[in-house]
Design a protein. Structure first.
Length: 143
């Protein structure tokens, strides 16, 4: 009897933890983000960009906070600060949502922010840095 009760508690706790861990990773993700102007939407300068330099920005150097704090180490939208946000940070690992988000759209939001959300304009990044971080997200995090 005792063992089965313990098992039940364990099972419920595990389910709860799994559920919380995936709370930020809905896929497809609801998305109302403003579309970039069409010239920008179509722009793509990732061919000559540097993914390794982009990773440093994503993991560490972006100000006021590294991208991973919200978007998560693996880009699943599950960073420490992401949980409290509404709407949730973009889940880059969700192909169903990301298929509609080309590099130029990412550039537009990283540069200007998404008004009314936790995604603020990344004012300290130069255009080159933005393309580098986009390259990192697209080559290493997106699935
Ligand atoms: C404080 C939390 C936070 C940080 C830090 C943050 N983001 Fe975001 N990001 C968000 C949220 C929230 C959204 C969702 C915005 C929306 O739904 O319009 C988002 C959306 C995005 C999108 C999707 C744009 C689209 O059109 O759907 C991209 C790309 C992005 N962020 C890149 C970055 C990069 C690169 C960094 C670091 C330089 C970064 N973010 C830092 C919270 C954050």
């Amino acid at each position: 009897m005792k063992k089965s009760v313990m098992f039940l508690i364990f099972a419920v706790l595990t389910l709860f933890m799994v559920n919380t861990a995936f709370a930020g990773t809905k896929c497809p993700q609801p998305r109302k983000t403003k579309k970039a102007p069409s010239g920008m939407f179509k722009k793509d300068k990732t061919a000559s960009a540097d993914a390794a330099a982009g990773k440093k920005i994503y993991d560490k150097t972006a100000k006021p906070m590294a991208c991973k704090m919200c978007h998560g180490d693996k880009g699943d939208g599950n960073g420490k600060l992401g949980a409290a946000l509404k709407p949730k940070p973009r889940n880059f690992t969700c192909a169903k949502t990301m298929k509609d988000i080309p590099p130029g759209q990412m550039f537009y939001i990283i540069k200007n922010g998404s008004k009314g959300t936790g995604m603020v304009a990344q004012k300290t990044l130069k255009d080159k840095d933005i393309w580098n971080v986009i390259k990192y997200i697209r080559t290493e995090l997106m699935k």
